[in-house]
Every structure is written in C-alpha cells, then in structure tokens.
Design a protein around this ligand. Sequence first.
Ligand code: SF4
Length: 425
Amino acid sequence: MSRIFSGIQPSGELHIGNYLGAVKNWVELQRSYESFFCVVDYHAITVPYEPDDLRVRRREMMISLLASGLDPSIATIFVQSMVPEHTELAWIFNTVTPLGELERQTQYKEKAARLESVAAGILNYPVLQAADILLYRADLVPVGEDQVQHLELSREIARRWNARFDDGYFPEPQAKLTPARRIMGLDGSAKMSKSVGNTVGLLEPPESIWEKLRPAVTDPARVRRTDPGTPEVCNIYHLHRAFSASDVVANVETQCRTAGWGCIECKKVLFENMNAELTPIRRRAEEIRAHDERVDQVINDGAATARRVASQTMREVKDRMAVRPHASCTSEQHLYRAWTMANREESGFVTTMVCVTCGAEQFFDGTVPASLTCPRCHSTVFRQFTTPTARDEAVIAQLEEESRSLSYGDSSPDSTADDVRDLES
Ligand code: SF4
C-alpha cells in the first residue's frame, strides 16, 4: 500500500476552507493509503506566538481533525514536536540544500517582504517540510496548487541526498492534487484565512454561520434582484459545489443565470446543505470534548507509531552518512539511556569500574570521579558497568518491554560497555 503524508498548522479550530481544501480529502484517502497526518507545530513557531495559545490551538486542531472523520485506528495522527527526528533530519537536509533554492521560493519571498526581521526558520521552512515527508519515505503528498513548489523542493532535496549517500533511498514524493477548490473568504477578497478574519469555523453554531453567510459577497453584477448573474464568479456558487448535491448545483446555475432566485434565497439553500454536513461534525466534537483523555491517547499513540518509522529512517540515514546513531537507535543503548535517565536523580545508583589491565573492581554510589586509578596495578583505563538495584529491576523490565515493542532491531557492536560510558559523558 502506498504511503501518504500531509501536515496542517495548529491554527486552532478548523475553518471550512481548511476542511474543504485538505481535511475532507484526507478522510477519504485514509481508507486507501497508509496515512500519516501531522499537526506541524514546529512550523507554527517560525512566527511570533504565545506559548499558552499554541497549547490550546494544537489541541483544538486535534479535536477538529478527529471530529472531521480522521480515524486513529486506520491513520497515524500525531504532533510534529513529539517526534524529534523531524528536526534532526531537517538539519541533515540543510547540509545538502543550496541557499539559492530556498531564497527563490515564492512563499519565502512573500513572507520576507512583509517582515522587518526575517528569522532563519522562515527561510528553512521548506527544508523542514522535506524532512516531514521524507522521514516517512512517503510516496504521495496531498497538496493544493499553492504547495506544489515546496513539494518540488522536497523532491530536489531527496535527489541531492540520494546522489550523495544512497541512490534511491528516499522516494521522490509525488503530488496528489487535492480535488477541492481554493475557498475564498466570505468577503470575496482573499483566500479564507484566520489571519484575514474572513472564515467560517467548522464547529461554529448555525446562527453564527448564517450571520456571516447572509451579507457575504456574491456576483457584483447582480445589483438588482432581477439582474441575471454569473455563478462562476460567485463564492456562494463554489460553496454550493462543495456542500450541495449535483442536482442542486445545476439548479443554482440555472436560477442564477435567469435571475430566478435572489441571492438570499440561494444562500438559504446553501445554509441548509452546510448544516446537514456540519451538524454531525459538531456533535462528534462535543463527544470528543466530553472524553478528553481519548484525545491524549490518540496523541500519544500517534507519536509512538510515528517514532517507530522515524527512528528507523534516521538509523538508516545516519548509517549511510557515517554519523553516529542516537542512543535510541539500538535497543540496548535505548534501554541503558532510559534507565540511567530514570535514575539520575536518585541515590541508589551503583556503578562498577573494572580495570581493563588487572580486572580489579571499584564500586561507586552516584558519580564516578573524573580521575580514577586502579589501586592494584595503577592503570587508569576502565570499563564501566552499572548494576541495577532491586528497585530498578521493575523499571528495567518495563523498559525492556517498551524496547521490544519499539523494535529497534538487534544491538549493534556500538552497545559495548565503553560506549555506555561514552554515552554517559
Ligand atoms: S444567485 Fe447564488 S450563485 Fe448567483 S450570484 Fe447570487 S448567490 Fe451567487
């Protein structure tokens, strides 16, 4: 089964522009592809933000995605910052991405033109996007027209890395163009966007939606009720195409061109059809909010699944680049690291230093002196072993279980006692 990856910014509750432009399509795709859907909070911090606000927006986005129909039993739905391999791979890709390619990106030029001071994160944004996609070695990326240039850069980065380290390792991800249209805001002047303030929230109450829909801009040529209109230039018509059945859409065209309907009449029909689709989504969101712990469960399970794939990719990438693997890349190192981290702040930590020349042992509770000499042969070279206390046996058993489920693979020769000491230092 082909794999797809797509991400969405944690902008809080979805609006119908995001829903029609991306998420509704994801709900369909999750049944046909192995799917990874990510709330990309590392992308969101490239502009100024309030940390408390980000926490709320990330959670609201997760609730909106689940209410829209993303199903965690068939798709991996996760938060980007819970999978540190995203930024790790982005750094690696920074080393093969020409600066000129980044500076030529249209979105960078547009953003930079609006800012007094441009953070490097804005320039490198597409490199992180490439890492997001390639970390999962995705074959396809559902994108709108405006994201195609970024995807082309991801393909270019994959080609450059492959040419340098392993031809064919990263697939060149293909665009899967979203069938939904570019949804304009109700003011008719720009794409629907929270920053412009022209949105309709996916979970907004019906009365509030009608308050926005009633004065929404239509075909400017329909000045009087009797003026015939051109539906193609009217945003309400395009919303009908998203929410109304095909026979209704055909009727809208006829009624508009012949001035059979006034615009308010047309909007009332749209409102009913929007409500028919959005009411079940609002209900699901209420149910999800009533069981808050399930959202945490989805977030944690999604991160664990994503990390299984991401850590495997990083191990293979680093192996090809001769960069040292992270401690979590082998089960034994992962175990040791996690165990020592769990015990670092506690005192019952017994370390054995074994002299490599004569085998004499010295025991330490807590910190081992930086300078150590063997009392028997005066050697200064030791191997370090750490003996778990009885209390720690339970921690180790738990970590072994976790390590088995994470399937990091066989311990490599890296997992020697010497390396263990190296890790500690
Ligand atoms: S009748 Fe409908 S489609 Fe035609 S201009 Fe009015 S709102 Fe738009």
